[in-house]
Design a protein around this ligand. Structure first.
Ligand code: ADP
Length: 525
């Protein structure tokens, strides 16, 4: 039998490879640098662990996450593989012990944090060790275009070029847009790498975006629809996690919470309760999920919009790992944009970020945020949007996402368009979508009174139109360039380049708009 298949059975207990695994392993075994882009859950670890086990010497795995290293090393050790990790969770004395053993050739696989690569003790070990492979996990961290840029990933190249014998390099990531891919190859110094990209399409996931007026009520509806099944509710802030978890518990929904502000004991209890199905709902920040292998998650709700598509794809992708149909529902609210912009403003407080690069990094983060916002507002196929984002060329429709299944009706919006554009004009193009909608619908909000907006002739002229319909109409008019956004931190709704066709020419406009319907989850139970 093929050596790698033997190892797969003997150590990992699996009888066949998943898509992409065999090609990746063969390339590495053949001595070729390899760059694999595979979605979360595809099984990347095995792709570098099997070559490592078949190598004569030792293999290094550069990994950014302390918790992930620990998990991986623990499961390797349980399988009988000699493995260790070196990162900030160890004391200097413990690191010395690991390095001593490493120098004595006692390990097959060593996980190492990128910050450790160029430290004295590690370099000394590396100079004398027979290193077969250097694998870089989460390789997108080397790129400023990625969502988790780690300057210390740039040390990988320096480290490798200082070795007496060049090992084979492997780079792995779940998220790589075209710019990130180029950076990974260039900045890690991969030598004409063999590239493996397995599809990002998770066919069993149903993607949906909702823009509810009352998010809490919407969330409760979803959680009730899915009662008896496991789900994760992601929130943008710790405060939101606490509040939402409490709200669910108040309504007798067993929920656990998880974020970096809780003590270790509560975090591991929460995780345990959720993984072992003692509670159905996990309310968490993005701190939850990495390295957690729970296959029967039936739904992931984003109570807040994340900051970029990479994060969204990864977090939503924790649903349906068992291949059963699962739902990924994003609840969008305008406040989410402000929260994310606030996070971007605060990026400078991260000590790892070199000050000189800060503006550039923030600019890139804003671009990624825009990609995320566009996902929330696209009327096209959501799956196609995701796949295109990750560099694939999908069919225009999947017929299995919220947008594809939404029933559209052709609506004559000629008069509504005139009303909306006049309102934008009369408000001097100085306000965002929310305020313009409030004016048109005749809201009693104090902000309108204080700014004299309730005196505009367009005040209340669309009072009979539902908020959802008005929002959809404005979105359509923006897409068609009758309206536009000023951009910037507080985007204003302004007249678009085709505005004159509405205001002057009184052009007839028919828009395909989502039918007004009462929403239900299409989950068969
Ligand atoms: P990734 O790093 O790509 O997110 P992992 O390496 O953590 O994924 O693998 C995800 C899960 O799939 C793990 O539980 C792993 O044991 C399992 N897995 C990997 N390869 C196979 C395979 N060939 N057959 C069955 N299960 C596999």
């Amino acid at each position: 039998m093929d050596e790698k298949l033997k190892i797969l059975k003997q150590y990992f207990g699996y009888s066949s490879f998943r898509p992409g695994q065999e090609k990746t392993i063969d390339a590495l075994l053949g001595g070729r640098d390899t760059f694999a882009v595979m979605p979360t859950g595809a099984g990347k670890s095995i792709c570098y662990q099997i070559p490592a086990l078949l190598g004569r010497g030792v293999s290094l795995v550069v990994s950014p996450l302390v918790s992930l290293m620990k998990d991986q090393v623990m499961s390797l050790v349980q399988m009988g593989v000699k493995a260790a990790y070196i990162n900030s969770s160890l004391t200097p004395a413990q690191i010395r012990v690991v390095l001593d053993r490493a120098c004595g050739g006692q390990y097959k696989i060593i996980y190492v944090a990128p910050e450790r690569l160029l430290t004295g003790g590690f370099l000394q070990f590396a100079q004398n060790a027979p290193i077969d492979y250097v694998t870089v996990d989460e390789a997108h961290c080397v790129s400023k275009w990625g969502q988790d840029f780690r300057p210390s990933y740039l040390d990988v190249r320096t480290f490798v070029s200082g070795l007496p014998k060049r090992p084979v390099l492997g780079a792995f990531t779940a998220t790589a847009t075209a710019e990130v891919r180029k950076d990974v190859v260039d900045l890690l110094g991969l030598d004409r790498p063999y590239k493996v990209v397995t599809g990002f399409d998770r066919k069993n996931l149903f993607y949906e975006v909702r823009r509810p007026t009352d998010r809490r009520a919407e969330l409760l509806r979803i959680v009730k629809d899915f009662s008896g099944r496991s789900g994760i509710v992601y929130c943008a802030t710790r405060k939101n996690v606490d509040e939402i978890c409490e709200m669910l518990r108040d309504r007798n929904v067993p929920a656990a919470r998880y974020h970096a502000g809780l003590d270790d004991a509560e975090r591991s209890r929460s995780q345990d309760d959720f993984v072992n199905d003692r509670v159905g709902v996990m309310v968490a920040t993005n701190a939850f999920g990495m390295g957690i292998d729970k296959s029967n998650v039936s739904y992931v709700v984003h109570y807040n919009m994340p900051g970029d598509m990479e994060s969204y794809y990864q977090e939503a992708g924790r649903a349906g790992r068992d291949g059963e149909p699962a739902w990924c529902i994003l609840l969008y609210g305008a406040q989410d944009v402000r929260t994310q912009l606030f996070f971007i403003e605060r990026m400078g407080e991260n000590s790892e970020t070199a000050a000189g690069n800060l503006n550039e990094l923030q600019e890139l983060a804003r671009l990624r945020l825009k990609g995320m916002i566009d996902y929330c507002f696209t009327s096209g196929c959501l799956r196609a949007y995701i796949l295109k984002y990750f560099g694939e060329e999908p069919p225009a429709r999947c017929d299995n996402c919220g947008n594809c299944q939404r029933v559209l009706e052709q609506v004559d919006v000629t008069i509504d368009a005139q009303k909306i554009l006049s309102c934008v004009k009369r408000a001097h193009e100085a306000w965002g979508v929310k305020v313009i909608m409030d004016v048109l619908r005749g809201s009693k909000a104090a902000k309108l009174r204080e700014n004299g907006l309730d005196g505009l002739t367009t005040y209340g002229i669309m009072a009979d139109v539902s908020e959802q319909r008005l929002r959809d109409t404005i979105f359509y008019l923006t897409q068609e360039k009758y309206l536009a956004s000023s951009g910037g931190q507080y985007p204003r709704l302004i007249l678009g380049e085709r505005a004159a066709e509405v205001l002057r020419d009184r052009k007839n406009i028919t828009a395909p708009l989502p039918q007004i319907e009462s929403r239900t989850v299409r989950g068969e139970k």
